[in-house]
Write a protein that binds this ligand. Structure first.
Ligand code: SF4
Length: 151
């Protein structure tokens, strides 16, 4: 059975987001895959040792910096490596990761200015997953995930 790595905030359950709010995905296809046991949830930021709630953070080039200016790249790097380890352990078909996150975003992330401005870019976990050869989709691309699973 094909497995899919997913952002834990999409999977639901224990809160993992920086603000403690839920972003559980409700698309019926996602819920079906969950029920079938295909989904492998991971929150790179929690896996990296960060608490819930925590300060929001944004990418500034290779670094990830909290709103207060603290360099938290080490935690994001550790969590991104854990996401890759899980993807390999479960030999996932692909990953579905939460858009706009400095870890999980796959096409859009905040631009590092903390002004609410989005820019093209990838989160650190997605960067490492793609470097490891894992196909990554966002929660807005479930049509593509479905097509991939049908192949
Ligand atoms: S790091 Fe990823 S899984 Fe964790 S809360 Fe942020 S978007 Fe969700």
């Amino acid at each position: 059975m094909d497995k899919i790595l997913v952002s834990q905030c999409l999977y639901g359950g224990e809160p993992v987001r920086y603000d403690g709010r839920s972003k559980a995905e409700t698309d019926p296809r996602f819920l079906k895959w969950k029920e079938e046991g295909r989904l492998i949830p991971v929150c790179p930021e929690v896996s990296g040792g960060l608490p819930v709630p925590r300060s929001d953070a944004q990418r500034q080039g290779a670094r990830i910096v909290s709103r207060a200016g603290e360099d938290v790249t080490w935690a994001y790097q550790k969590g991104a490596e854990e996401a890759v380890r899980l993807a390999k352990e479960y030999r996932v078909l692909c990953a579905v990761m939460k858009e706009k996150s400095p870890s999980c975003g796959s096409s859009l992330i905040y631009d590092g200015s903390f002004t609410g401005t989005l820019a093209e870019g990838r989160g650190l976990a997605v960067e490492l997953l793609q470097e490891a050869g894992i196909m990554v989709f966002s929660e807005n691309q479930l049509d593509q995930v479905e097509a991939l699973m049908r192949r």
